[in-house]
Design a protein around this ligand. Structure first.
Ligand code: SF4
Length: 238
């Protein structure tokens, strides 16, 4: 029996214990070591999610498991630069990019809920265009990796490197949780990793166009997301 077959027979409680133990054991491990553990433990039942802000975690994961699935949510509201980054990642990296789309197009959503739902009820818009499609897209996997970092924002300060995602009942891996922006920049420079061109154009974090603006002097990287609104997370991670 392979390790992966063995994992498929584990119950949610066993997977939760496995994740919590791995979170403790791998706290000081490198990002690559964390992803090597993930690949060895879950095999093809592991994917990376990417917003195409950069391809750092996808690059790391492709070193741990060449051809790894990279899941991208196309909300219909992305900047052209984000779609271009997705296309470039697909073209040059040893990964399998899977693009998820919401059940409704933007036009269909506008017809049912009225235009610019993102201005009136961003939580509902994110649920329809991000949270639900991701939940459906992650169904085949037992574990998913994200690019969350503890220094992104106060709400992410306690992110474990491996944890249990109670909402989706999956193992959630954040291999660069302990990294700083300097670590990311150094990895990008060393490996020539693709990044979204908007990061060179005043944006600190890149999400949907209607809900993302350039940073002002001294703001933290995610301050340009849902600016003017108390919302700080789309519901995928918070
Ligand atoms: Fe809608 Fe904005 Fe959420 Fe994108 S980030 S799904 S446009 S509310």
């Amino acid at each position: 029996m392979t390790t992966t077959q063995h994992q498929e027979q584990r119950t949610d409680d066993e997977l939760r214990s496995l994740a919590e133990q791995a979170g403790r054991d791998l706290e000081d491990a490198s990002a690559l070591e964390i992803l090597q553990w993930t690949a060895a433990t879950f095999g093809k039942r592991f994917c990376v999610t990417s917003s195409m802000e950069d391809a750092v975690v996808a690059h790391l994961a492709s070193r741990a498991m060449p051809g790894v699935d990279v899941v991208f949510l196309d909300t219909g509201y992305h900047f052209p630069e984000t779609i271009g980054t997705r296309d470039a990642v697909e073209a040059v990296m040893n990964v399998n990019v899977l693009t998820l789309t919401p059940r409704q197009t933007v036009a269909e959503q506008d017809a049912e809920y009225g235009p610019r739902l993102h201005d009136r009820d961003p939580d509902l818009c994110c649920k329809l265009r991000k949270v639900t499609p991701l939940e459906e897209g992650l169904a085949p996997y037992a574990a998913w990796a994200t690019g969350l970092r503890r220094d992104d924002s106060p709400t992410r300060a306690n992110t474990p490197v491996v944890g249990w995602d109670e909402k989706r009942r999956k193992v959630k891996v954040s291999p660069i949780a302990r990294w700083t922006q300097e670590d990311v920049d150094a990895y990008v420079a060393e490996h020539g990793v693709l990044t979204n061109p908007l990061l060179m154009d005043g944006y600190g974090s890149v999400g949907c166009a209607p809900c993302t603006r350039r940073l002002l002097e001294g703001e933290d990287a995610r301050a340009g997301r849902w600016a003017g609104n108390a919302k700080t997370e789309c519901g995928i991670h918070g």
